[in-house]
Design a protein around this ligand. Structure first.
Ligand code: FE2
Ligand code: FE2
Length: 217
């Protein structure tokens, strides 16, 4: 199953790819990774609930149903991941930071249509990157339960990425959507590359950073 998922990464429009070394390193601290993941699911549920009443203009058909459906899925993922955390003897912290998502949110422009469009794009980007990372984690995990968890979430997050993009195409003209989406994809790859490495779903890649660091003599 994991190789079929791994092959589907190619269909994602992301401008950078995560090497297996990133996953092996992140999986060295599986509990930290699970706790970070649980918080991301909570934030994804919150984000969908927040967007639920933020359609631009008078009404956007399908908007409310889409956001309610995403929130329901993310709450189910949160329950799944937190059960695994607790069963393995871990606990959630009270606070969590995600500098990757925060940097993406800074790209959101003001103004009803632009704000809605950019928020949909930020949501789609986070879903697409999470999807890519889950596929790499599913392939790299030697712990079968973790491999199944990541592989199982892949399809759901892929579906979310697609519905956020579909909604974006409903709220603005095609040329504006395509142009902004290209800009956002480039920004996402840059922002991810700036992240420090560590056991987090949206962390940076240590080996790549090492290669690009200047050699001190
Ligand atoms: Fe999720
Ligand atoms: Fe999702």
């Amino acid at each position: 199953m994991t190789s079929a998922i791994f092959d589907r990464i190619e269909t994602l429009p992301l401008l950078s790819r995560t090497p297996l070394e990133w996953a092996r390193e992140a999986l060295a601290e599986p509990m930290e990774l699970l706790i970070d993941h649980a918080f991301l699911e909570r934030k994804a549920a919150n984000n969908a609930l927040e967007l639920l009443t933020k359609w631009p203009g008078d009404w956007t058909p399908g908007w409310v149903e889409t956001m309610a459906g995403v929130a329901r899925d993310e709450a189910a993922h949160l329950a799944l991941v937190t059960r695994m955390v607790v069963r393995r003897g871990g606990r959630l912290d009270r606070v969590h930071k995600n500098p990757y998502a925060n940097a993406l949110r800074l790209l959101v422009r003001k103004g009803q249509v632009w704000e809605a469009l950019d928020r949909l794009f930020v949501s789609a980007l986070i879903e697409a990157r999470s999807c890519e990372r889950f596929a790499v984690l599913a392939r790299a995990a030697e712990d079968e339960e973790l491999s199944r968890l990541y592989g199982g979430l892949f399809a759901s997050e892929l579906g979310h990425y697609k519905v956020f993009l579909k909604m974006a195409r409903k709220v603005a003209k095609k040329t504006a959507v395509d142009e902004r989406w290209s800009e956002m994809l480039a920004a996402e790859a840059r922002i991810l590359d700036e992240q420090p490495p560590g056991p987090r779903i949206h962390s940076g890649v240590r080996s790549r950073r090492r290669e690009t660091e200047p050699v001190l003599t």
